[in-house]
Structures are given as C-alpha cells and as structure tokens.
Design a protein around this ligand. Structure first.
Ligand code: COA
Length: 391
C-alpha cells in the first residue's frame, strides 16, 4: 500500500484539540479530556489531518514487555479513533501505518495493542500474539486461612518496592507488561475513585501486593475487582488469596485479569473458577535487531537461523538475515542463505510464543525445511503468552 496520501501525520495541533475531545468522547465515552490526558503523561497524541481538518488520533504508551525473562522496550497503542463522519475511508489504516514507521525510526523493538478489530491493525502488520483472560470465582470458595503473615495498606513510599515485587512475580511470564507510569496509574485508580492497595512485607522486600475496588452488580450484589496483583511464590499466593477471602461476608465474586495460566489459582485446593478469553492482543515487530537482542533466549541453545524477510511497511526489514543465538543472547544480522521465508507480521506470534513455527508453516505463514522449523520451535518456545493489563 502506498504511503503517499492527502493525509498529514504528526503531533496534535492546538486547533484540533476540540475535534479530538469530541471524537474521544464519542468513541470511548471520555468526558473529562484533561483528566484523561493527565493519565497519559507527556507523550503527545499522534494525529492525521487533511486540508486542515482533523481525521484521526492515537496515543502511544512507552513501556516494556517480558520475553524470555527480559524486558523488551515496547510501545503500546491506545485511543485509536476517527471522527464518525470520516470512518471507512482508510484514515485509521494510514494513521497506524505511519505510526509504525515512526516508531521503527525511533528504534522501538515491538508494539502491542488491544484490538477492537483485527482487520485494521493487520493492515499495519500487527497479528494476534497472546491472550488476555478474565477470571471469576466466588469469594466464598477462597480459603480463609492462613491469616498470617500480615498484609498492611499500601503507602506511596512503597512504590519502588512494589515495582520490584511485580517484576519478580512476572518476569518469567511471556507477554506480561513491564509497567510504565501510565499502567501503574490505572492500577492505583483515579483521584476520585482510588483503588485500595495492600502489600505483604517480607525479609527481602515485598512478597505480594493487591489493588482492588468493590463494583456493584445490582442492588444487593457487589463484586471484588482487582486492578493489579502479584505474588513472588506459592506461600505469598496462598496468603494473598486468604486476604481476599476476608471480604467474603459482604462481596460475591472475585474478578481479575491474567494470562492463560495463573499460578496463583493453582495454590487453591479446588478447581472452581471460570476463565473466559477476553481477547487476543496483537504484536508488531518493528526494529528486528533490537527485538532479537532485547529478549532472553534459552540458555544452552545454539542456533544460526537464516531468514528471507518480507515487510511491506518497513524497508529495512526486507531481505536476508541471520538470527544467531548463543549463551542466552540473540543477534540479528544482515546476510545468509534465506532458508526460512516469512513476513515480519508472522514473526510476531512466533516471537511471543503464541504459535510454533510448525503450526505457522501448516497455515502457510512460514516456509522452511523441517529441521529449520524444529530449531525455530526450540528457540521461541516458552510459556503461553499472556497479559494482566488493558490500556
Ligand atoms: C476503529 C476505527 C478507528 C476505524 O477507523 P476507520 O478510519 O474507519 O478505519 P479504516 O477505514 O482505515 O478501516 C481499516 C479496517 O478496519 C476495520 N474496520 C473499520 N471499521 C470497522 C468497524 N466498524 N467494525 C469492524 N472493523 C472495522 C476493517 O477491517 C477495515 O478494513 P476494510 O475497510 O478493508 O474492511 C473507527 O471505526 C473508530 O474510531 N471507532 C471507534 C473507536 C474504536 O473502536 N477504536 C479502536 C480501539 S482499539
């Protein structure tokens, strides 16, 4: 697709502020633009316009995402919106494609988003690459014991220890966010409706934490909804569940989000919970040398994989490349025999461990000899990718 167009891409201009506010209100019900913008910090909105008229916007969110035990710099995308009267003319497609090119220029390795439509984001090279599950279980089924060690309320000065505890809890879970300030603000809640936070101190820092609020279901029923939680080991997980169980006299269900497997729940003596697939999030690999060098690889694995890449959006990603893996490090360098033929978008679900190379080959999304497929499977193998945040 040509990037030549009548649209101009860039940062939000002052004269478009009210059009943006109306579009965000119409699209997402955002009634207080200033409060909404404050949650996103300094990052400017990206917009497109045509002959001075506003045609669409998106909000980049800089953060990281864990793959192979390392945090890979990742730019999330939120608030993609086009005014109602201009929809269906390719505006959002143009906006997303220009955004991907801009972020590649800034050497962001990857981008991840929660899609409202796969079709739109596919046109910018994103593919489904991980799962986001909603868990529900009756609070009365949670064990009330043990009641020690003691949790205490979260205090602002716990922030650093909280982030450390969260990293220890999730760093080996592919796809989980290395949260930036925007995501932490969502977990803490708004000034008007702050979430309640509790932490479990231990000898080497915080062992567990949880943030929640009660949400009304109908006149008589309230649920306990977690905005974030983490526990570094099995004992802390048990204790976290028994803390939440103390709310069972008044509240009905526990609700939270997570990946396809939640170790927290395996500390229960029973299997009485519901896991509902909320959606698959999508990934776009942008800067391949940084993406491959930034993640962790299986220690003990040695591989030299020869790719022939195709990317209709990022010229630098086209051609022959070698992925050399050794000592837990990966290197993406130009050249080689081009034995594995794949488009950059299809490398996304392989990179996250969402699909094996063998499964992608079965669907014609990678072409390679069986021995190269087997090496790819070994290199990218890992726990099924999940996420516990929406943005
Ligand atoms: C989603 C949205 C941004 C699309 O903007 P747009 O400029 O109309 O999109 P495009 O014309 O570039 O369409 C690109 C693709 O998106 C998908 N798409 C667009 N509108 C869609 C809709 N209403 N329902 C489902 N898919 C849609 C289609 O796959 C489309 O490709 P096609 O035209 O070949 O079928 C726009 O409808 C919008 O602002 N919606 C409200 C906010 C929202 O849902 N944002 C997405 C948050 S993740």
């Amino acid at each position: 697709m040509s990037e030549q167009s009548e649209y101009d891409y860039g940062f939000l201009k002052d004269e478009h502020r009210s059009a943006v506010q109306e579009t965000l209100a119409l699209s997402f019900g955002i009634s207080d633009y200033e409060a909404w913008k404050a949650r996103y910090g300094q990052e400017p909105l990206r917009t497109i316009c045509c002959q001075g008229q506003f045609y669409g916007c998106l909000m980049p969110i800089p953060m990281g995402q864990w793959f192979g035990g390392r945090s890979v710099p990742m730019v999330g995308v939120a608030a993609v919106a086009v005014p109602l009267e201009f929809r269906g003319r390719g505006a959002a497609t143009f906006l997303m494609r220009r955004f991907v090119q801009e972020m590649h220029g800034e050497e962001w390795p990857i981008s991840t988003l929660h899609p409202a439509s796969w079709g739109l984001y596919r046109q910018a090279g994103y593919e489904p690459a991980g799962s986001f599950f909603q868990y529900t279980m009756p609070l009365k089924d949670l064990p009330l014991h043990p009641r020690e060690p003691a949790f205490r309320p979260f205090r602002p000065e716990d922030q650093k220890a909280l982030e450390l505890c969260y990293r220890r809890a999730v760093r080996h879970r592919n796809g989980f966010l290395d949260r930036g300030p925007v995501i932490w603000r969502r977990i803490f809640g708004s000034t008007d409706h702050p979430n309640q936070g509790f932490v479990l101190p231990g000898p080497k820092g915080l062992q567990a934490f949880v943030f929640f609020q009660a949400t009304q279901q109908n006149k008589w029923e309230w649920n306990l909804e977690l905005s974030g939680y983490g526990a570094i080991d099995r004992d802390s997980s048990r204790r976290l569940l028994s803390l939440l169980a103390q709310q069972q006299t008044q509240l009905k269900d526990l609700e939270f989000y997570g990946g396809p497997h939640e170790l927290l729940l395996e500390s229960l003596p029973h299997r009485h919970f519901e896991a509902k697939l909320f959606e698959h999030w999508m990934v776009r690999l942008m800067h391949l040398p940084k993406a491959m060098a930034g993640r962790g690889w299986p220690l003990g694995l040695q591989a030299d994989l020869h790719f022939q890449m195709e990317d209709d959006l990022i010229p630098a990603n086209n051609g022959a490349f070698r992925l050399q893996i050794s000592g837990g490090e990966g290197r993406w360098i130009a050249g080689g025999e081009g034995r594995i033929r794949i488009r950059t978008p299809d490398l996304g679900p392989l990179y996250t461990g969402f699909h094996s190379a063998t499964a992608l080959a079965q669907h014609g999304r990678v072409q390679a000899q069986p021995e190269d497929l087997a090496k790819l499977d070994a290199a990218f193998a890992g726990p099924a990718p999940g996420m516990a945040d929406i943005y």
